[in-house]
Design a protein around this ligand. Structure first.
Ligand code: GAR
Length: 209
């Protein structure tokens, strides 16, 4: 059974690419119904088209959050989307989308939350001088990167790192973490209890007879 998923992006879409790649190898049980960008020039739209995935641009510029999200929700609803994945989507979500898809929206953030929320996770962690950073995949609520955490992966800083090598290694870690969180969601292994996300054991290999 393939879960219908929408991926929301604002830019390059390398995380989107990792999801596409894993669906194409069959290791991720999802069908990407559509990719939605709020920016017309997002390279991720081209990545989607190249793989025969519907790519929709819904510009956010000049619209209120409510107006923009109403358009996004109309597309999500019409495609029968079950899970919304924010993969480099650089906008806070508001009431319109979250009321309709609460508990069904996940986001990847390029730092170990609650440290360094916002739009410059790599720069902020680097400039602070942390020795270990990483990424976080979490359910989305109205706050800025505040929802319950599904998983985190570490990215220790190496002695000869620059911001760019740190970021490049971090992105590779993201490309494993986001599909893994989607897999956990789509195989029914996540349960939210307050702030905590319980990851149920994988029972797929157990004998049912
Ligand atoms: C990724 O590093 C992602 O974690 C980050 O934007 C980048 C998008 O890269 N997201 C955020 O900062 C959200 N607050 P991509 O377009 O190549 O996937």
């Amino acid at each position: 059974m393939q879960t219908p998923v929408a991926v929301l992006i604002s830019g390059s879409g390398s995380n989107l690419q990792s999801i596409i790649d894993q669906t194409e190898t069959g290791s991720l049980p999802v069908r990407i119904c559509c990719v939605i960008s709020n920016r017309p020039d997002a390279f991720g739209l081209e990545r989607a088209r190249k793989h025969g995935i519907e790519a929709v641009c819904i510009p956010s510029k000049g619209k209120t959050r409510e107006e923009h999200e109403r358009e996004v929700v109309a597309v999500l609803d019409s495609r029968g989307v079950q899970l919304v994945v924010l993969a480099g989507y650089m906008r806070l979500l508001g009431h319109e989308l979250l009321e309709r898809y609460r508990g069904r929206v996940i986001n990847i953030h390029p730092a170990l939350l609650p440290s360094f929320p916002g739009t410059h996770g790599y720069e902020d962690a680097w400039n602070y001088g942390v020795k270990v950073s990483g990424c976080t995949v979490h359910f989305v609520d109205e706050g800025c990167d505040t929802g319950p955490i599904i998983l985190q992966a570490a990215n220790p800083i190496e002695p000869d790192d620059t911001l760019e090598t740190f970021r490049q290694r971090g992105l590779k870690i993201e490309h494993q973490a986001l599909p893994e969180a989607i897999r956990l969601y789509c195989t029914g292994r996540l349960r939210i209890e307050g702030r905590r996300v319980i990851v149920e054991p994988d029972r797929s290999a157990e004998c049912t007879g």
